[in-house]
Write a protein that binds this ligand. Sequence first.
Ligand SMILES: [Mg+2]
Length: 361
Amino acid sequence: MLSRATARASNHLFFKNKNSQFLGLSNNLSYAASNPVSNFVSITWNNNNTSRMSKMKSFTTRATAQPLKNADELIDSVETFIFDCDGVIWKGDKLIDGVPETLDMLRSKGKRLVFVTNNSTKSRKQYGKKFETLGLNVSEEEIFASSFAAAAYLKSINFPKDKKVYVIGEDGILKELELAGFQYLGGPEDGEKKIELKPGFLMEHDESVGAVVVGFDRYVNYFKIQYGTLCIRENPGCLFIATNRDAVTHLTDAQEWAGGGSMVGAIQGSTQREPLVVGKPSTFMMDYLANEFGILKSQICMVGDRLDTDILFGQNGGCKTLLVLSGVTTLPVLQNPSNTIQPDFYTNKISDFLSLKAATV
Ligand SMILES: [Mg+2]
């Protein structure tokens, strides 16, 4: 996958490697952007240098979002649509009305479709099955989950194959690390582990762990937090990578549930380190996509239901943005004066592409 990306990247000189804003602060990582055509692939793992990375840029203030009136105009102005999944394509396990027809219409117009999710509990392959179950014709190559992004990030920095990754997270991250050829430990296996304190008890940890990846984990416990903390604090150069920092997630539609940000926050609190975030709204996945498919970011429209992840992700990447109100964001929230994240357009759901199209004929 990555070698393909690298090969293609050499043909797309417009891709820049200056976008380090997807990275948080790290005490132990440096970037060697030695080869501009291989972009983030050229970043090297280095366990001795101090940080030179900048925090993620804040969003650019924009004019107030406009209701989408002419879908054709938007569709014709871009070549790629990136869709968030939950709240855009489906809600939980239920497909949102009109999605298959909308995706078919966009494909018939030759648009490239990409699906991006911050949920790290599933791998690309596992998400592929979900699309299939819902009757959607989407290939694995079109799916970018933050579990995949974590493994892709490690590849991009040439993370040493003799180092290990400690995982606080679920199966999706393990599957992607395995596919990428990395050694790992932790994950679901440590979900049942408990620490039995005795006087003078010292917890051992693997000194060959060179990165701790933290994602959403329903089985997070004190063992995992202590293990991850020891690796980051005591192993020289150990990276702290977060799949996302989402405050909430939607395990059921009855309430909001504590999201991946709660697991990341635990490790941040104990290590006093900022994570490298690979999921939205950091631009890592956007950069990866632009590189992988050889597309200009100005030719992308990001479609999502969250302002602080999806819309910010699109804006950080320099894309057009469309907010759909079929997920977590309501019109009053969008229009509240305290909201400073304004997409270019908003509409109720993606199948409005069809009706707004019909209305203009
Ligand atoms: Mg969503």
